[in-house]
Design a protein around this ligand. Sequence first.
Ligand code: PRP
Length: 143
Amino acid sequence: VGVLKGAIMVMADLSRELRFHAQMDWMVVSSYGAGTKSSGVVRILKDLDSDITDRDVLIVEDIIESGLTLSWLKENFQSRGAKSVRIVTMLRKPTLQKVDLEVEYVGYDIPEDFVVGYGLDYAEDYRNLRDVAILSPTMYEDK
Ligand code: PRP
């Protein structure tokens, strides 16, 4: 299950490396309420098309920051009766993590810099960059 939109590149590349049949599904989620990304309450904007009862689920993410989104999603999938729920993320920012979250597969642990590219955006820009890059703070700090 890819979590849109950021996971699109990871999903595209990872899925083509799998040497077994895997079905792909997608979710779109958004933080709900307080306005901050990391409120921990998640609103489903697009739900799974498939029934995951008794299925082995791998959640595919681009980045984990607070961990709240994935923690919520993992629990949600478990409550739907998934046989197993594992997580793969390209990037993780351990210093921002707010909840204990077991992540089976981590590409890179990175510092708190704002990163863009390869699915990651800044105000919807830069997702299509081939590489992951650190966005210069001059792009978002008050001048
Ligand atoms: C990002 C990322 C995760 C979430 C991680 O998505 O793809 O879903 O934030 O943050 P957390 O660990 O603090 O919960 P975003 O809301 O930016 O949406 P996008 O994938 O459409 O860019």
